[in-house]
Design a protein around this ligand. Structure first.
Ligand SMILES: [Zn+2]
Length: 441
């Protein structure tokens, strides 16, 4: 008998089965049966009247910045980095980083996100791994690699060999932990925040150990143009010269690619992570996602950090991703089903695990999000496509149950893998201590 059966939901599989009404049986962390009646399970959840989707995959977040929520609003991106984000990251200790990651993960899980690719800060990365392991999210986590930093800014990086030793130690401690749910990613902060030597080491290790490469690309127009005038050239030109422009690479933002970079994107097919809230809030611009999709580029979604969003939920990013391209490209651009695909399979493919997660299919890991659709802001349902409801109407608070790797981590809308009230209390206390260390009011 399977360990768990979700009984009678509207299953939006984002896979070959399309949308159907039926059950999902889960055993050993995997989906073992899908259909109108999969038989009894040791534990059964009645999800009749609810929509069940693959758990959302966010391919660009910063768990380390959740503690900065509300401290860096309405600022230019350069001031945002230098006056807030970098000093605050620099002031993190093990306890504040752990509190930040736990707060972020609690929000992500209760909002239906089951997998994240997170870029942390330079130090104390173990604390984020430990929070992910404890709270049950599927996580690809990398320390920010900054062995090339601008003197005089608040952020102090590391020597190449020191940073690399930390990467190797983290890989040994965490890669494959929790039955493969926790993985290490390699995260040079931006193409110019790491040396070419660091990039070459990352490319080699990513190939040898099958790791995700994660960075920020062409977020801000002024910065993209300024870097383009240097000898290394624009971001994608530089990345190509270091051998980093490949399918292992996840490029957050990718707002300001010029024609040469668009050609490089088509040739090498790295993944783009679209972060619409962050791009609007920091006034970065709107990435030409419909054009990337037309070129066959894999696109994922991400909330970025709480310092520039300020929420971390997938529903906000889906709704914005569906809306913001329409004034330029027409109402048929970015339909709901496409956006739901980006939020699930797009993320899974970006992380190189499209065969393991991202859709509801027999044999895949059981990462599932159950959403109630009977509230006043979603009803009525008759005759509509549930994907439209999910993308345009639902809120993170409509999530009732979340399963990751076969384990129920959210039930009745409440976190079961941790104590949300204790997590927010700890975040409040750690925030006060962090502000004091950073010398901020
Ligand atoms: Zn970011």
């Amino acid at each position: 008998m399977p360990e768990l059966v979700l009984r009678g939901g509207t299953l939006v599989t984002v896979g070959p089965l399309g949308t159907l009404t039926g059950d999902i049986a889960v055993d050993g962390g995997r989906i073992v049966a899908i259909g109108p009646d999969v038989g009894a399970g040791d534990q059964e959840l009645d999800v009749r009247g609810c929509v069940v989707t693959p758990g959302f995959v966010q391919a660009h977040v910063h768990l380390c910045q959740t503690l900065f929520r509300g401290l860096a609003d309405d600022m230019d991106v350069i001031d945002w980095l230098r006056e807030r984000v970098w000093p605050l990251e620099q002031a993190h200790d093990e306890a504040s980083l752990g509190a930040s990651a736990a707060l972020g993960i609690a929000e992500l899980l209760t909002g239906g996100t089951t997998t994240v690719l997170s870029m942390e800060t330079v130090r104390h990365t173990d604390a984020s791994f430990a929070a992910a392991e404890r709270l049950g999210i599927r996580a690809f986590i990398g320390k920010a690699l900054m062995d090339r930093w601008e003197p005089g800014t608040e952020m102090v990086g590391e020597e190449t060999d020191d940073a690399w030793a930390d990467v190797i130690a983290l890989l040994g401690r965490w890669h494959g932990a929790a039955g493969g749910r926790i993985r290490v990613a390699l995260s040079p902060r931006g193409p110019r925040n790491a040396t070419p030597e660091m990039w070459r080491r990352c490319v080699g290790l990513a190939e040898d150990a099958d790791l995700v490469l994660h960075t920020h690309v062409n977020e801000n127009q002024g910065q993209a143009d300024r870097l383009g005038a240097t000898a290394e050239g624009r971001d994608l030109v530089a990345l190509e010269s270091w051998g980093a422009l490949n399918r292992r690479l996840v490029m957050a933002h990718s707002v300001w690619l010029d024609d040469e970079e668009r050609a490089l994107l088509r040739r090498h097919r790295p993944n783009v992570c679209h972060c619409p809230s962050a791009n609007l809030k920091l006034a970065s611009g709107i990435a030409p996602i419909p054009e990337y999709l037309a070129d066959g580029i894999n696109v994922a979604l991400g909330a970025d950090g709480a310092a520039c969003n300020n929420r971390l939920d997938a529903f906000t990013e889906m709704r914005l991703a569906a809306l913001i391209h329409k004034p330029r490209c027409g109402p048929r651009a970015m339909p709901a089903a496409t956006v739901l695909e980006l939020a699930t399979m797009g993320g899974a493919r970006a992380l190189g695990v499209g065969d393991q997660i991202g859709s509801i299919e027999v044999g895949k890991r059981a990462d599932l999000t159950v959403v109630r659709v009977d509230r006043a802001h979603v009803a009525p349902l008759a005759g509509s496509d549930p994907a439209d409801q999910l993308v345009y109407a639902c809120l993170p608070s409509d999530v009732t149950t979340v399963v990751v790797d076969g384990a129920i981590v959210v039930r009745d809308g409440e976190l079961r893998s941790g104590d949300e009230a204790a997590i927010t209390r700890d975040a409040e206390a750690q925030r006060v201590a962090l502000l004091s260390r950073a010398g901020l009011p």
